[in-house]
Ligand binder design. Structure first.
Ligand code: GLY
Ligand code: MN
Ligand code: MN
Length: 290
């Protein structure tokens, strides 16, 4: 994305309260669609059914339709096992059968009646309550730490996008990982909008009312990939004058099979649990799900 500044681009990146309400409603439906799709995979894998990467791709659209989506907001990325490492993987295969010990990346979004796009990524383990290999858990947990750090940031109005990008990358960089894409883009009527950008070089100032994705990832060619993507609205901090924070529009729980709790500090554990509680209240948490 190029950084376009000024005039209509800035104005468009700042959403009105009614627009944010409409986006909340769309994401609520999108969250359900994603939760139901992942649950569908886990149930079938548990029952020994033969399902493929292509089935996952088409079931994703089916579950969005059931939630009232008019269409997908982009071609769903459904990458099983090593295919999860391909950032824009768009050709799901009917020959890739989902195995019990696969880690799977699902990046999807929909258009609902209000006309706003949604965009969310969850990475998950195929077998419900299964024990994933240590390397999967390591990269998943590092990406989760980055998402939590960025999503829970408190920052002065006008902070440049590169500062927030750095928060998402810092945990994984300590372990020698990085990702070859930006951390966040504006979301609105279009799934990729200008006027706000989180990237290594973004000089774009953060403003209340902007809606932006937060999507760190780790991609290991031939092995697998993790991306965790929420979309959040930038709002004024309720206590600290002149400061901003994010409020997530996405509430889909994280996969307990892929989290190495020993890698989370107390603050991160608290942030994860607070988020997971909100998901549980919405019926979209995998914690404790059989
Ligand atoms: N799948 C498009 C995006 O996350 O930006
Ligand atoms: Mn995105
Ligand atoms: Mn996405």
């Amino acid at each position: 994305l190029r950084e376009k500044r000024g005039g209509l681009v800035d104005w468009m990146s700042i959403k009105e309260v009614t627009e944010i309400r409409a986006m909340e409603e769309s994401f609520r439906r999108g969250d359900k669609a994603i939760f139901e799709t992942i649950s569908w995979v886990k149930d079938n894998v548990k029952n020994g059914k033969r399902i493929t990467e292509y089935d996952l791709w088409s079931q994703t659209a089916e579950h969005y339709r059931r939630q009232g989506a008019v269409e997908q907001s982009f071609n769903t990325i459904a990458g099983v096992g090593p295919n999860g490492s391909i950032i824009h993987y768009g050709n799901p295969s009917d020959e890739v059968v989902i195995k019990q010990d696969d880690m799977i990346l699902l990046d999807s979004g929909g258009y609902f009646a209000s006309g706003f796009a949604t965009d969310t990524t969850r990475t998950f383990f195929a077998l419900p309550q299964g024990e994933a290999r240590a390397e999967y858990k390591k990269i998943y947990t590092l990406v989760l730490k980055g998402l939590l750090a960025c999503q829970n940031a408190v920052f002065p109005e006008g902070t440049k996008g590169n500062v927030l990008d750095g928060l998402a990358r810092a945990p994984m960089m300590k372990h020698g990982y990085n990702y070859n894409h930006g951390t966040g883009h504006g979301v609105g009527v279009h799934v990729h909008e200008d006027g706000v950008r989180l990237s290594l070089i973004s000089q774009m100032p953060m403003k209340p009312g902007q809606v932006v994705s937060i999507e760190p990832g780790i991609y290991v060619p031939g092995f697998g990939g993790v991306r965790l993507e929420n979309v959040a609205v930038v709002e004024k901090h309720p206590e600290f004058k002149g400061f901003l924070r994010f409020r997530s529009l996405v509430y889909v729980g994280f996969d307990p099979s892929l989290i190495d709790e020993a890698m989370l500090n107390d603050e991160e554990l608290g942030q994860w649990q607070a988020y997971e509680k909100q998901c549980a209240e919405r019926g979209t948490s995998f914690t404790g799900r059989a």
